[in-house]
Design a protein around this ligand. Structure first.
Ligand code: GLU
Length: 479
């Protein structure tokens, strides 16, 4: 088998949306699974849709997410240029060749004539009017500077068929395919032409892209056949939906990879989740590194039906990644979010990370979870109420002064010493563990829930601050 070569061919029309990244990821996984090459090609021939800066976003996103390409505009390769606007001469040459081969023809029809062919709904099927022009007539018109386009010459009868590795046998009647424009009047190719020429010249073996191209592929095959080129293998991917009715799309402003990174999702989790959008592994294991994805990826696992983007699931997966991080890793990866908190520079972040690890799913939850370490003041006494633990402000009134006294007497203020002191108090007061621990924890945090229990918090705050907070809470209870 020839070396597998896949490509990601985005149009630089804005940020890289989740669907685009999934296409890139599957192309990457498929090539790497076979020890092949993954190529990035920028499809920028539609100048009207070009958005400044979006090529850089494509480079940055692919690099940042680990979907690295072997060849591309900014890394080079033997099959360049990898930007379509730099390949104009190549398309002109191949278009002329296709005309000679009978697969395309020059069309000089004016916009007025074309408009006249449109039906009430604005649809039109070109009537092959210019196909009958003689070679001399064509040369004459070109010499006179008449504007023209080059159109594909699609047969009027018969069917175009091919086998898609996901969707199976696909067949389209040629009479339903329009003689589409291959080269526009400004000399630029359309996607319909450039994708064929480039995929062939770049040696692409597997074309992996969205289902929106499933039914136009027969017209691309006509060109491969006309040139006598081998058709690539096609793998079309199911759409990604926001809900049952709506496709996930950047035009609707749906979130991109970058947005999710900014929202505090673990990058590896985003990539991992995107892999599961339209593909399921044979095993039940869903958390997979990029290398494990390469290993497990298979075409049989690709679903034909659309998949629904489930942010809650992606959040869960992000949490699973955080759980498996070392404290150092969490501190490093979530640096930006620790910086946004009030505790940055004031506490041992590794210690905080060890408490947070099992309690957050995305990094952006961090500030809100730990700011209480630096922010403490008036709170509702109802926080002391806990039905199951049978505790409330009255119990707190009883517990806190005694806890304060015992803690103040501690020579060594550690997790264990605080624990033992509180346990002694439990015995002395004849209360349940939960009653004492809950009251003291609330009293020093002013929070219903905290990362870590009373001992961890006391240790972080230190003896002095713990006592100060206990005093404050005792006063509050006696107001
Ligand atoms: N430029 C096309 C797009 O962004 C690429 C389609 C393809 O992969 O062939 O949809």
């Amino acid at each position: 088998m020839a070396k597998v070569r896949t490509r990601f061919a985005p149009s630089p029309t804005g940020y890289l949306h989740i669907g685009g990244l999934r296409t890139a990821l599957y192309g990457f996984l498929w090539s790497k699974k076979h020890g092949g090459d993954f190529i990035l090609r920028i499809e920028d021939t539609d100048t009207a849709r070009y958005v400044e800066g979006s090529v850089q976003i494509i480079y940055d996103t692919l690099r940042d997410s680990g979907i690295m390409y072997d060849e591309g505009p900014d890394v080079g390769g033997d099959f360049g240029p990898y930007v379509q606007s730099e390949r104009k001469n190549i398309y002109t040459e191949y278009a002329k060749k296709l005309v000679e081969l009978g697969g395309a023809y020059y069309c000089f029809c004016t916009p007025e004539r074309i408009n006249g062919l449109k039906d009430q709904d604005g649809n039109m099927k070109y009537d092959k009017h210019c196909l009958k022009l003689t070679k001399e007539e064509i040369e004459e018109k070109i010499k006179n500077g008449e504007p023209y386009v080059i159109r594909q010459n699609v047969p009027t009868e018969g069917r175009g068929s091919y086998h898609d590795l996901v969707y199976g046998d696909i067949s389209v009647d040629y009479k339903d395919i329009e003689d589409g424009i291959l080269i526009k009047s400004d000399g630029m190719p359309t996607y319909n032409f450039a994708n064929v020429v480039d995929d062939h010249l770049m040696g692409i073996t597997h074309v992996i892209r969205g289902t929106e191209y499933l039914s136009s592929t027969p017209k691309y095959n006509l060109m491969y056949d006309a040139y006598g080129w081998e058709r690539p293998t096609y793998i079309h991917l199911p759409p990604i939906m926001k809900d049952a009715q709506h496709k996930l799309s950047k035009r609707n402003g749906d979130a991109s990879y970058e947005d999710f990174v900014n929202k505090g999702y673990v990058k590896e989790a985003i990539v991992n989740y995107i892999a599961l959008l339209g593909w399921s592994p044979k095993t039940n294991v869903e958390k997979m590194s990029l290398n494990e994805l390469i290993e497990n990826f298979s075409l049989e696992g690709i679903n034909k039906s659309p998949s629904i983007f489930d942010e809650t699931k992606m959040k869960w997966l992000s949490g699973e990644y955080i759980k498996d991080m070392t404290d150092e890793e969490l501190v490093e990866k979530a640096d930006k979010f620790f910086k946004q908190s009030k505790v940055y520079g004031k506490y041992d972040l590794k210690k905080i990370a060890s408490l947070l690890k099992t309690r957050i799913e995305i990094y952006s939850e961090i500030p809100e979870k730990i700011n209480f370490l630096e922010e403490f003041g008036e709170y509702e006494l109802s926080l002391f109420y806990h039905k199951k633990m049978k505790t409330d402000a009255e119990i707190a009134k009883l517990v806190l002064p005694k806890a304060r006294k015992a803690i103040a007497e501690l020579k060594e203020f550690t997790f264990d010493s605080v624990h033992d002191t509180l346990m002694e108090l439990v015995a002395k007061l004849g209360l349940k563990n939960g009653q004492v621990f809950w009251c003291v924890r609330v009293a020093i945090s002013a929070k219903e829930s905290t990362p870590g229990g009373v001992m961890e918090l006391a240790e972080l705050l230190g003896k002095e601050e713990t006592l100060r907070r206990l005093d404050f809470s005792i006063q509050l209870l006696n107001k």
